[in-house]
Design a protein around this ligand. Structure first.
Ligand code: PMP
Length: 436
């Protein structure tokens, strides 16, 4: 096995100044995380000099891999001109123009610094626009750390209740008032979702949906489901908010292009920052007008010291310009190759499981259940063990994947890299089969 002594030492140091030695729950690993030193293309090197093919890509945000020359140039050029101003810059206009040109549902864009912030501001925008207090979101779907958005992120089976999920706090200390203002709907269940939305209709500001929610299984929403959400939100006068923080990497016009849906508001993040912190709220002019300060205090004031900072904007522009339709076709091809390769290995080894997802995103489920939503994706103890064996064995073979089985591919990956990933996954699955 690889030497990780420098990582172990760094973690010991980190324990003294960071809670549990950690800054992001998502990157914590037992007994200690592996510390990154550098990255180039699809490869990262850790502080002990071990090299990995990076299938995490900073949790889907790096679609061009690490240290892409065009992104380095865009960011460093801007750094030399100043990294942040108490004034707007041309860069925010340019990135907004690019996004409005790509997303048919979007007239106006508002930048912030993370996906969490984008979702928070979209929910507040929906409340400001409608004058209503409640939001609806799907059970098990992750939308960042805003109190309302994280309700029912990971309820245990004991808290599931029947077909109409109850709202369950994610963080300790979540006020009951927050739970009362969140309607949790089941993903991919048209009848139950529509009926809950109708029931709370007059109080509902918006329905927040990620059409391929990573934590709820990374299975694409049925077309009928998103169409039903589109229709019933119009019926009850609530806004439909698409969270495309991740799914914008699925296609040139994002998930909304693939599903053929016009949401009222869209949240963006990750890839649009070219590797720098970013978020954006985007949508139709009339909805986005809640932010407009040109005729006095807006319905929804919004600042942000680093919102639309030009380093992020310039790197984001460079990243998005490189993402032409040919780039998306390439990502679709390599994503299909990895999914097909892993599914073939599942069949060959006889291990129950499947690789799901679309485009450059995939997730491994160690089950033969038909995964359709949070509950069917919920891991049994044995499935969790198999997943842990699989991801650890992949890591030993130099392939970095998220601990919960998510893989995000990137454009610098060559066909040879794709073969290496599939081969390592197949060998790791053989070890899972031997493990039992
Ligand atoms: N929405 C979705 C769908 C996400 O996946 C994430 C982050 N993984 C967020 C929102 C929050 O984004 P950030 O981590 O930039 O705050």
């Amino acid at each position: 096995p690889a030497n990780h002594s420098q990582s172990r030492d760094l973690y010991q140091r980190a324990l003294k100044s960071l809670p549990g030695g950690n800054t992001r729950t998502t990157v914590y690993m037992k007994p200690f995380p592996i510390y990154a030193a550098s990255g180039a293309g699809c490869r990262v090197r850790d502080v002990d000099g071990n090299e990995y093919i990076d299938c995490i890509n900073n949790f889907t945000s790096l679609i061009h891999g690490h240290a892409h020359p065009a992104l380095i140039e865009a960011a460093t050029k801007q750094l030399a001109l100043g990294s942040a101003f108490g004034m707007p810059t041309e860069s925010e206009v340019e990135l907004a123009e690019l996004l409005t040109a790509r997303l048919p549902s979007v007239d106006h864009v508002r930048f912030c610094n993370s996906g969490t912030e984008a979702v928070m501001m979209a929910l507040k925008a929906a409340r400001a626009y409608t004058g209503r207090p409640k939001i609806a979101k799907c059970e098990g779907a992750y939308h960042g750390s805003y109190d309302y958005a994280e309700v029912s992120l990971d309820p245990t089976p004991a808290a599931w209740g029947g077909n109409a999920p109850v709202s369950v706090a994610y963080a300790k200390g979540t006020p009951d008032n927050v739970l009362a203002d969140v309607v949790t709907i089941p993903f991919n269940d048209v009848e139950a979702a529509v009926s809950l939305i109708r029931e709370h209709g007059p109080e509902l500001a918006c329905v927040l949906v990620d059409p391929m929610p990573n934590r709820a299984g990374l299975v694409p929403a049925d077309r009928a489901y998103v169409e039903a959400l589109r229709q019933v939100t119009r019926e009850v006068g609530a806004l439909l908010v698409f969270d495309e923080v991740i799914t914008f990497r699925l296609g040139y016009e994002g998930a909304q292009g693939l599903w053929g849906i016009d949401p009222d508001l869209t949240t963006l993040g990750k890839i649009i920052g070219g590797g720098f912190p970013v978020g954006a709220i985007a949508g139709g002019k009339k909805f986005m007008s809640v932010f407009d300060p040109s005729s006095g205090k807006p319905a929804l004031p919004h600042g942000g010291t680093f919102s639309a900072n030009p380093v992020t904007m310039r790197a984001g522009l460079a990243a998005m310009k490189l993402l032409d339709t040919a780039a998306y076709s390439r990502l679709d091809r390599i994503g299909t190759a990895v999914r097909d390769g892993i599914n073939a290995a599942f069949r060959k080894t006889g291990v129950a499981g499947t690789a799901v997802g679309l485009g450059s995103l995939l997730k491994i489920h160690f089950t033969d259940r038909n995964v359709r939503d949070y509950r069917s994706a919920y891991l049994s103890e044995m499935e969790a063990k198999r997943l842990a064996v699989f991801t650890t064995r992949l890591l030993n073979r130099g392939i970095l994947v998220a601990s919960y089985g998510l893989m995000a591919l990137s454009l610098p990956m060559t066909d040879a890299d794709v073969d290496t990933i599939v081969k390592a996954a197949a060998e790791s699955l053989e070890e899972v089969a031997a493990f039992g």
